[in-house]
Ligand binder design. Structure first.
Ligand SMILES: C[S@@+](CC[C@H](N)C(=O)[O-])C[C@H]1O[C@@H](n2cnc3c(N)ncnc32)[C@H](O)[C@@H]1O
Length: 206
């Protein structure tokens, strides 16, 4: 069977021209409407974001994934379901958030099981750092939410502290182990089956 045309379901990386400022996405133009926009970073095979796009057609979703294999898999799934409220982007999320998102463009940010980089010498590669909370503050609308989940205790502590330390965020909920509601990402299903402890946080952009 010929490959479906994935063009309507993906957006390109934006590169800085030599002679001008970084271009930024215009989501109203991309989606053809001004519905709320939610972003998921590190979508893996796309289970969460595809489910959200299917069940909430009046919200637009952007999914970022660095691994080409997962990005293509998710794009094919989006195309197979004709999900016109979902766009997938292959990029380093740090680049997208810092350079390509306009101010106050998002209603929610979802980050589930980001790579924990467990070795101390690699901690600087973790996505959730003070600079990231500052950028999240810039791109989220007032009242917007940040949802975080991990099975890695040390990274969980870092995530919670980073957003607590940023003056623009307020902790809404902190759920650990038995108290953490069941989510629907691929990694969460796998980790729960292994009996690992889940750490989940929700913050609000003030
Ligand atoms: C542990 S997996 C979790 C996937 C999914 N969120 C889940 O819960 O099933 C982490 C994912 O984030 C992606 N990723 C890691 N660093 C990234 C980055 N800087 N930008 C975009 N994606 C990234 C990886 O390729 C991988 O698919």
């Amino acid at each position: 069977m010929p490959e479906r045309d994935l063009t309507p379901y993906v957006i390109p990386q934006l590169a800085k021209p030599d002679d001008g400022p970084h271009p930024r996405y215009d989501f109203a133009r991309i989606f053809g409407n001004d519905h709320p926009v939610e972003l998921e970073i590190g979508i893996g095979k796309g289970r969460f974001i595809i489910n959200q796009a299917m069940t909430r057609p009046d919200t637009n979703f952007i999914g970022i994934e660095w691994a080409n294999r997962y990005y293509l898999l998710a794009a094919r799934r989006a195309a197979g379901r004709s999900l016109h409220n979902l766009r997938l982007l292959r990029d380093d999320a740090a680049h997208t958030v810092r350079e390509s998102l306009p101010d106050r463009c998002l209603n929610a940010l979802h980050i589930y099981f980001p790579d924990p980089w467990p070795k101390t010498k690699h901690h600087k590669r973790r996505l959730v750092q003070p600079w990231f909370a500052r950028e999240a503050s810039r791109v989220l609308k007032p009242g917007a939410r940040v949802f975080l989940a991990t099975d890695h205790e040390d990274y969980a502590q870092q995530m919670e502290q980073v957003f607590k330390d940023d003056p623009d965020f307020a902790l809404i909920s902190r759920m650990i182990g038995e108290d953490a509601p069941e989510g629907i990402t691929n990694w969460e299903v796998k980790f729960r089956a292994e009996g690992r402890t889940m750490f989940k946080f929700e913050f609000a952009r003030k």
